[in-house]
Design a binder for this molecule. Structure first.
Ligand SMILES: Nc1ncnc2c1ncn2[C@@H]1O[C@H](COP(=O)(O)OP(=O)(O)O)[C@@H](O)[C@H]1O
Ligand SMILES: [Mg+2]
Length: 511
C-alpha cells in the first residue's frame, strides 16, 4: 500500500487493489466477521470517508465481501495509521489490529494501517465527532453523527478515557470514562437496527433499566440507503454481566441451603426488570413498529410446523452426533425420541390457543450475558436480537414469552456451566448439587415473579394452562435453536440443551 503523505491517499484509485486484498484478509480473520464458514470470493472498498480528528487522521471505510455462494456482506472499518516507535510497539503487542504496511513518499520506514478502534487518539477523535454532532461528506458519501433523545453534548466536557471492552462480542464496543459506551456495528445493514429503535423507544419511555440512547452515527452513499454504523449509550456502572456474576456465585457454593435466598433475590429482580420491559413494549402505540398485534391462527400454524420440522431435523442430526456424546447424554437421546410426541401435542395446543396470543417487540436475544449487574440492581442491554438473523427478522414482533424462555434456558445453562468449572477445594459433586438447587430455586422465582408482575397484561393469556402452553412452546423452540447452535459451534455443550429438552418434555408429560 502507498501514500503521498495523507491517510486518504491509501484509498486512492491507484493503490486500491493492494488495499482491497489486505482488507479482505483482515476482515475475514476478525471475531466479528459473521460468515466464517463461507468461502470469500472478492473484497472491495465501497466507500472511504476521511473523518477529521484533532490529533489523528481517520478514515471510515465500508468493505464489501463477496462469497462464492450467497449474498454479499458489508463491514464497517474505521481505520487510522501509526508510525515510528508507537508502530513498533503496536505491531508486536496487537497484531490483531494491523491491516498492513503503507509506504509513504519521502519516509524511510513504513507506516501501519490499523483498526482505529484500537487507537487511543483516534478514539478520542471519534468521541469528539459524536460530541459535535459532526456531518462529514466526501465523494458523494456522508457520515453523520446525530444526537438522539438525551443527546451527547452533555458529556463533551468530561474527561474521556477510552477503554475498549474486551468481553466476547459480535461488534466492537468502547467505553469513554464513565460517560458512555460507543458500539460500532461491524456488519452494515440498511435501515435502522433494532438496538437503535429499541434504545430510542425505551429512552423516551423513561425505562431506567436499559442504557439511555444518546446518539447514533450513520453512513449513506449514492445508491445506498442510510445505514447505522455506531451508537452511543449512557455508561452503566457495573461489576460485570449476570452470567459471570452467577458463575462466580456458584463457584463459591457447595451447600444448597444458603444459596436459595440469593437465587430467589437475584431471579426475582431479574423477573421484575424483564416484566417492566415487557410492560412498556406491550403498551398500545400509534407507532406501527411498536403496536402489539394478535398472532393469528395461520401464523401460529406456521410457527408450530416450523418447530415440529426443526425438532425432527435436529434429532436426526443428533443421532449422527451420538457417538461423540457422553454415555448419559446418549441415553437421554433415546428418552427424547420416545417423548417427542409431546412436542406435537404442545404445538397443536399452541395453534388452538385462540384469542390468547399477542406479539410485541421483544428483546429477542435475552440471556444472562445481556444483563449488567449494577449495584444491587440489574440493567438489560443489547437489543440487537439474535446476531445470525437478518435485520428485518430481528425487528419482527414475537410473543414476550420468547424472552422469558430465553432467560429460563440461560439460568439452566449457567447452572450446568458452573458445575463444569470445578473450583479449587470444592468437590465436584457438591458443586453440581448446589448449582442444581440454585437453578431450581432461581427458575421458580423468576417465573413466579414474572407472571405475578405481568398479571392482567393483555398480551399474556389469563388462564395458567394456556400461559404454560405458550411458555413450553417457546422453551422447546429455544432448546431446538440451542441444539443447532451447539452442534455447529460447541459440540462439547450439546449435552446441555439435550438435558434441557428432556426435562421440558418430562414436565409436559407430567402435565
Ligand atoms: N451502557 C453500557 N454501560 C457499560 N457497559 C456496557 C454498556 N453497553 C455495553 N457494555 C459492555 O459491552 C459489552 C458488549 O455490549 P453488547 O451491547 O452486548 O454488544 P455485542 O453486540 O457485541 O454483544 C457488554 O457485555 C458490557 O460489558
Ligand atoms: Mg451482547
Amino acid at each position: 500500500m502507498q501514500s503521498q503523505g495523507r491517510l486518504i491517499d491509501v484509498f486512492s484509485a491507484a493503490g486500491r487493489h493492494a488495499l482491497e486484498t489486505r482488507l479482505g484478509v483482515f476482515v475475514a480473520a476478525r471475531r466479528w466477521f459473521r460468515s466464517k464458514t463461507r468461502a470469500v470470493a472478492a473484497t472491495s472498498l465501497v466507500c472511504a470517508v476521511p473523518l477529521p480528528g484533532e490529533v489523528k487522521e481517520m478514515v471510515l471505510a465500508v468493505v464489501r465481501v463477496g462469497f462464492v455462494e450467497g449474498a454479499d456482506e458489508q463491514y464497517v472499518l474505521p481505520l487510522t495509521w501509526v508510525h515510528g516507535d508507537a508502530a513498533d510497539h503496536l505491531t508486536r503487542a496487537r497484531p490483531d489490529l494491523v491491516v498492513g504496511a503503507v509506504t509513504v513518499d519521502g519516509e524511510e520506514r513504513p507506516r501501519w494501517l490499523i483498526d482505529a478502534l484500537g487507537d487511543r487518539h483516534a478514539l478520542e477523535g471519534l468521541y469528539g465527532l459524536f460530541a459535535r454532532s459532526a456531518v462529514v461528506t466526501a465523494g458523494g458519501a456522508e457520515v453523520a453523527f446525530r444526537a438522539v433523545g438525551g443527546g451527547f453534548e452533555r458529556f463533551a466536557d468530561d474527561a474521556v478515557e477510552p477503554r475498549p471492552i474486551q468481553t466476547e462480542q459480535s461488534n466492537t464496543s468502547v467505553a469513554f470514562g464513565t460517560s458512555c459506551v460507543v458500539k460500532v456495528l461491524r456488519k452494515l445493514e440498511e435501515g435502522t437496527p433494532p438496538d437503535v429503535e429499541m434504545g430510542e423507544m425505551l429512552t423516551r419511555a423513561g425505562f431506567a433499566h436499559a442504557p439511555r440512547l444518546l446518539a447514533v452515527a450513520e453512513v449513506a452513499w449514492p445508491g445506498a440507503a442510510v445505514a447505522t454504523i455506531a451508537m452511543a449509550s449512557a455508561f452503566v456502572p457495573n461489576v460485570g454481566d449476570a452470567w459471570s456474576f452467577v458463575l462466580a456465585t456458584l463457584a463459591r457454593r457447595t451447600v444448597s441451603a444458603d444459596g436459595a435466598d440469593d437465587a430467589v433475590r437475584f431471579a426475582s429482580t431479574l423477573a421484575t426488570r424483564v416484566a417492566e420491559l415487557h410492560g412498556i413494549l406491550a403498551a398500545p402505540s400509534q407507532d406501527a413498529r411498536f403496536s402489539p398485534e394478535p398472532i393469528e391462527r395461520p401464523e401460529r400454524e406456521a410457527i408450530a410446523q416450523a418447530l415440529v420440522r426443526s425438532l425432527d431435523d435436529v434429532l436426526s442430526r443428533l443421532d449422527h452426533h451420538a457417538r461423540r456424546l457422553p454415555p448419559d447424554a446418549r441415553e437421554r437421546l433415546g428418552a427424547l425420541r420416545r417423548r417427542a410426541p409431546a412436542v406435537r401435542d404442545i404445538a397443536a395446543r399452541f395453534v388452538a390457543a385462540d384469542g390468547a396470543c399477542v406479539k410485541t417487540r421483544v428483546h429477542g436475544d435475552l440471556h444472562l450475558g445481556q444483563v449488567l449487574v449494577s449495584g444491587d440492581d440489574l440493567v438489560l442491554i443489547d437489543f440487537e436480537g439474535e446476531p445470525a438473523r437478518p435485520l428485518v427478522e430481528r425487528k419482527s414482533k414475537r410473543s414476550p414469552l420468547v424472552d422469558v424462555a430465553g432467560m429460563v434456558r440461560s439460568l439452566h445453562y449457567a447452572s450446568v456451566a458452573a458445575a463444569r468449572q470445578p473450583a479449587r477445594d470444592v468437590p465436584i459433586d457438591g458443586l453440581r448439587r448446589a448449582a442444581e438447587a440454585w437453578h431450581v430455586a432461581a427458575r421458580r422465582a423468576f417465573l413466579d415473579e414474572y407472571f405475578r408482575a405481568s398479571a392482567g397484561r393483555s398480551v399474556l393469556p389469563a388462564a395458567p394452562g394456556a400461559r404454560d402452553t405458550l411458555l413450553y412452546f417457546y422453551l422447546l423452540e429455544k432448546c431446538v435453536y440451542e441444539l443447532y447452535y451447539e452442534l455447529d459451534n460447541r459440540p462439547d455443550w450439546v449435552p446441555i440443551p439435550v438435558l434441557g429438552l428432556q426435562r421440558i418434555l418430562e414436565e409436559i408429560d407430567a402435565g
